[in-house]
Design a protein around this ligand. Structure first.
Ligand code: KG4
Ligand code: ZN
Length: 355
């Protein structure tokens, strides 16, 4: 069984094809990130316009890469939420049209849930052998940590489509916090990978930024550490709390930036790892998996591997950030487990969809 997955929830136009929920046949991702860099974040109108231009070529290329025609495709999966309204619309309208004209079942996919399903890919077609994939699929009960630019959630799955949301961020998503701290340090968007690079030359213990205490033990917050970064930066250059944040990066030395980046990265990662370890101790899941853009962070991978009592397998970094293969993978499980199909004449977007 082969599912074609379409993803357009943010700034990546993506299409992937997956067989039986485990074998990667193609993964084509075109990002409009460069167009947003000048603005320091994703501009929704620019993202939506880019999707319109890219979507058909990306789908075509994905079919080519998989060496498939439409006759080889058994169903279409598409992200219908969460995400930017204008961006989601392009993917959903394209998928609806294709489902009707190619006469395929249509599956509506939750983007956040799909990030975790990237971990179910254990095999790739010969042309995609550069993907480093886990050897085995995760087992249930499965604890999933979703850490992206839009979401930070801790979820316990008892089986496919049977899960409980344990906790989540009460303000910024972790990736968003990385992006905002990067902006203070004058590092370009997306912030995560740039903080990662800057942190390589810094001391992660130079600053002890605070971790918030939350009423629900599995929830967390990044507003405290983010403000603490701002205050530390102001103090480093000898200015008071009303010094404008956009002028800070010109005055900070490279060493000061590196220390702030390394210390923030350590604390932000520790925050979500603390909660994951706590949830592991309580729920004793058989597998722990991570997904979302921040899942590619080596610091997150290092801390988790160090503190988790069980072995944790990570998927390829190319499957952590937004992609169509994760949508196709979850689509396969929709089909395998007889989940309801979506009406191709009616499927609507759901920008605020949650787990
Ligand atoms: O999952 P994703 O591609 O898009 C959303 O669904 O949001 O995640 C993008 C986020 C950005 O905020 C980016 O800064 C963050 O992932 N990110 C990282 C790293 N690579 C990407 N954050 C920390 N460390 C990284 N290495
Ligand atoms: Zn995402």
């Amino acid at each position: 069984m082969r599912i074609l997955g379409i993803e357009t929830s943010c700034d990546e136009t993506a299409c992937g094809i997956v067989e039986d929920g485990k074998r990667l046949l193609s993964n084509v991702v075109l990002s409009s990130m460069d167009l947003h860099a000048a603005y320091g974040g994703v501009v929704p109108e620019i993202a939506a316009r880019s999707h319109i231009e890219a979507i058909i070529p990306v789908i075509r290329q994905s079919l080519q890469q998989a060496q498939c025609t439409w006759d080889d495709i058994d169903g279409i999966a598409v992200t219908y939420g969460a995400g930017l309204g204008g961006s989601l619309l392009v993917g959903v309208m394209t998928a609806r049209t294709l489902a009707i004209t190619k006469n395929k079942p249509l599956y509506a996919i939750n983007h956040v849930e799909a990030h975790i399903y990237a971990n179910f890919l254990t095999d790739a077609a010969p042309s995609l052998q550069d993907y480093v994939l886990p050897k085995h699929q995760p087992e249930f009960p499965m604890l999933g940590l979703i850490v992206s630019g839009g979401h930070s959630q801790l979820v316990l799955w008892r089986g496919h489509f049977d899960y409980t949301l344990l906790g989540q961020t009460q303000d910024d998503a972790i990736g968003e916090a990385f992006d905002k701290v990067a902006k203070v340090l004058g590092l370009p968007y997306p912030g995560g990978p740039n903080i990662e690079r800057a942190a390589e030359h810094g001391d992660p213990y130079a600053f002890n930024f605070p971790k918030a205490k939350m009423p629900n033990k599995y929830d967390y917050s990044f507003s405290g550490p983010k403000t603490a970064v701002l205050r530390a930066a102001q103090q480093q250059i000898g200015e008071s709390h009303d010094f404008p944040s956009h002028k800070l990066s010109q005055r900070l030395s490279e060493a000061q930036k590196a220390n702030i980046a390394a210390s923030f990265q350590r604390i932000a990662v520790e925050t979500v790892v603390d909660k994951t370890i706590m949830a592991y101790e309580e729920g004793k899941p058989l597998s722990v998996v991570i997904g979302g853009g921040v899942a590619s962070s080596p610091e997150l991978r290092r801390q988790l591997a160090q503190r988790l009592p069980i072995e944790i397998a990570y998927t390829d970094r190319k499957l952590c950030t937004d992609n169509g293969a994760m949508i196709a993978t979850l689509g396969c499980f929709h089909m395998l487990h007889n989940q309801p199909v979506a009406d191709p004449y009616k499927l609507a977007i759901s920008p605020n969809l949650s787990m």
